[in-house]
Design a protein around this ligand. Structure first.
Ligand code: MN
Length: 547
């Protein structure tokens, strides 16, 4: 027995020692499911969040911030499910410095056991203290300490964020850091909440905190940073911070997030790796070959399309168009490429499947792609696979992924597409006939519509049947794989009744059908959300946007 305790003790000591400034490892704290989900129109279903969390675990992130449990029953459920089902990373829940938030976060991360973390935040800057909270410095200090102590009653692993830290008076920030570490926080996150900092001053701030807060130098807590991209400096600021001693970076896949977004995970990781010489040979645990897949999953499920020229994961990130560059690359890749595209997941094409591939082959490929499906889900995917196999020669991994992701929408459909017919041409008025089946009460309704094109005509017919008038804010069409027979994937963002935008998506070998199905999935999500809202009152954060 003594032996066991001794081992545990020594492991704890090692972890504490590993927290000091000389530690070479940067912890990657992914907040795609919390801050990333905060951007308008990016809301995801619990099943989709779980799928992203599983992929984040495969990617090798250290911490997943899974949500803000007190916000709604849906957020609570998503965090709890991820805490129960996702193995590997620490699972964090966000909480304001108030008991009901902390208790909700504590209960939600409980299934993760020792890997549960509560992330408590409270604004500390003068402008937030005076105008938002109406509280004096000593009151803020008291609340911060009480919040951390309460969180420690639930979990060992507590993180504290002084919101708007980059605009907080330095001496007060030092007081807050010392107080929360003394109260039991092992991580203190310094957010640049409004994206105001510049790399030089943000780096200097982190260095100052190390020098002034002896608890950091002693390894009692590590410094984290959380940067926003309002001036396009989120990644640069994060890197300046790690150069000066921060050992946790909060970021999101594709840089999605509030306003202009958060620091992009893939850019931070690849900058640290590619320019290890410039960043003090710091390391992360990220399996970089999973980056592209993760980016695509998040893009599809959040409806946030990745710009073509986005670093690392954009379509053009490794596309060399000038003849001189192409010639150089062919002679030696390093002439114009600073990274090997395969290192971030490009060009890993497997042999495509065909309609002759059996259920076992499809199941094996899906497992290889990281999907664990129930027999029932697999049956359904396999039937759809056969369907596609009849229409196109090869079924690529991307096609399979699109099929699986189509299944992740756990919103029970109010309406399903029964029939779609359309005609168009340069001399005809585009016309579409749509027949929809209503699930409860059961009915079948048919309508026709005309429009500027067949997609528009089909949408108008759907609007007539469901009695809504959707405002199409965004429409994106992408060939999922290669060849003229590729699956077309359509992502739409639609606003109904002047509400929050709703994302819908679908794929098909016929782009008009994919469009109609995508629009219909947005309709179903809207109707489901509207019904859910009337069932429970959503409590949105009364203090505005966190962090
Ligand atoms: Mn934020």
């Amino acid at each position: 027995m003594r032996w066991v305790f001794f081992l545990l003790d020594s492991a704890d000591t090692m972890e504490t020692n590993a927290m000091n400034r000389d530690d070479r490892r940067v912890r990657i704290f992914d907040t795609t499911l919390r801050d990333g989900e905060q951007c308008p129109g990016a809301s995801m279903s619990p099943r989709e969040k779980l799928e992203i969390a599983r992929q984040l675990a495969r990617l090798g992130v250290d911490i997943i911030e899974a949500g803000f449990p007190v916000i709604s029953a849906g957020d609570f459920g998503a965090v709890e499910t991820i805490a129960r089902q996702v193995r590997g990373p620490i699972i964090a829940g966000l909480a304001r410095c108030v008991p009901k938030d902390i208790d909700a976060a504590g209960a939600a991360v409980k299934p993760a056991g020792r890997r549960g973390r509560i992330h408590v935040f409270l604004a500390t800057s003068k402008i937030h203290r005076e105008y938002k909270l109406g509280k004096a410095e000593d009151e803020i200090l008291r609340l911060a300490v009480e919040g951390v102590r309460r969180a420690r009653q639930w979990v060992e692993d507590v993180e504290f964020s002084p919101e708007d830290a980059s605009r907080t008076e330095r001496d007060f920030l030092v007081q807050v850091c010392r107080a929360v570490v003394a109260a039991g926080a092992h991580t203190v996150n310094i957010p640049d909440t409004v994206g105001y900092a510049t790399p030089d001053e943000f780096g200097a701030l982190i260095r100052y905190l190390y020098e002034q807060v002896p608890e950091f130098a002693r390894g009692e807590a590590i410094i984290s940073v959380h940067c926003h991209n309002d001036l396009g400096l989120a990644v640069a600021n994060s890197l300046a911070a790690v150069r000066n001693g921060a050992r946790q970076v909060e970021c999101t896949v594709n840089g999605i997030g509030e306003r202009a977004g958060n620091a992009a995970l893939e850019e931070i990781v690849m900058a640290l790796k590619t320019r290890a010489d410039a960043f003090g040979r710091l390391t992360t645990r990220i399996r970089t070959r999973e980056l592209l897949k993760t980016s695509r999953l998040v893009s599809r499920l959040s409806g946030m399309i990745v710009q073509r020229n986005k670093a690392i994961v954009g379509e053009n990130a490794f596309a060399h168009s000038s003849g001189i560059h192409q010639d150089g690359i062919l002679k030696r890749r390093e002439t114009y490429e600073i990274m090997d595209p395969r290192d971030v997941g490009w060009g890993q094409t497997e042999l495509p499947l065909t309609k002759h591939s059996g259920r076992h082959a499809v199941s094996a490929r899906l497992r290889h792609l990281g999907f664990r499906l129930s027999d029932r889900d697999l049956d359904e995917i396999f039937a759809k696979f056969k369907d596609i196999g009849d229409k196109k020669k090869f079924v690529y991994d991307e096609d399979l992924i699109a099929l699986v992701e189509g299944r992740l929408d756990d919103v029970p459909p109010t309406w399903t597409l029964d029939y779609l017919g359309f005609s168009s041409g340069n001399h005809a008025i585009p016309t579409a006939t749509v027949r929809l089946r209503r699930t409860t009460p059961t009915s079948v309704v048919q309508e026709a519509g005309t429009g500027d094109g067949p997609v528009h005509a089909a949408i108008r017919a759907i609007d007539r049947i469901v009695g809504l008038e959707g405002e199409l804010l965004e429409y994106g069409l992408r060939a999922v794989s290669q060849g003229t027979d590729a699956l077309g994937e359509v992502v739409v963002k639609v606003r109904f009744d002047r509400g929050e935008p709703v994302v819908g998506r679908a794929s098909s070998t016929d782009v008009v059908e994919a469009s109609a199905r995508a629009y219909l999935s947005a309709v179903n999500r809207y109707l489901y959300g509207r019904a859910a809202t009337s069932r429970r009152t959503r409590r949105r954060n009364g203090n505005g946007t966190p962090l």
